[in-house]
Write a protein that binds this ligand. Sequence first.
Ligand SMILES: [Zn+2]
Length: 233
Amino acid sequence: MNSSTNRMLFVAFKSLNETTGDFLNGTKIESIKDTVNTFAISAAVLGAAADVIPGAGGLLAALAQTGLVWALYVKINKTLGIAISENALKFVGTAIATNIITSAGYMILAYAAAAVMSFIPVFGQAGSAVTHLALGYILIYAAAVVYLNFLTRTYKANGSFTFDDSDKTKDIIRDTVKDSNVKGIIKEGKNAFKEAKDNGDIARAQKELKCPNCGAKITKEQAFCSECGLKLK
Ligand SMILES: [Zn+2]
């Protein structure tokens, strides 16, 4: 990941930093960027969205079933020193995923359809299997950018972030997604995936599966990380 292919992620960093008065410094941005990349690659290689064909609703279910979205948010919060309960973050993660799928459903479906074709020899292309992997990556990437925008919106002048598992938070999430150009983020996520594939990150992660949360070795069959308990499927 770099700033030329991750423009929207960096725009989100910039807004958050401006709003919070340099709450992020360079080190935190680098650390969060790495976290997003690690989780996105894990979502791809763990097949977080693999068996979900076709239909955006199923895809959402698959993502919600893994702990990946909210575990990503927990990790970002830890880096930033934001204290919000894990339950509230689960709520926020589900709401953000739902809104992303709703606002970009047709694009998600197009990717899912391309993945379906990989099972039909006549239509099967080398690229289709890749598309299959890309789905999980793209959704984690989009969920990360939207979350940073959400943090910018919920920042209060006293230095805290105020959100919880209420309807009010749900409304803020809906508005954030509406203003976030999700379609553009998804396109960019696709490019970021391509980059991760081309530079060998995906192949390396496939060869040696690691928990995105704690880095412990895992197998594709494991439902939970044996070290940190992260729900993997
Ligand atoms: Zn773990």
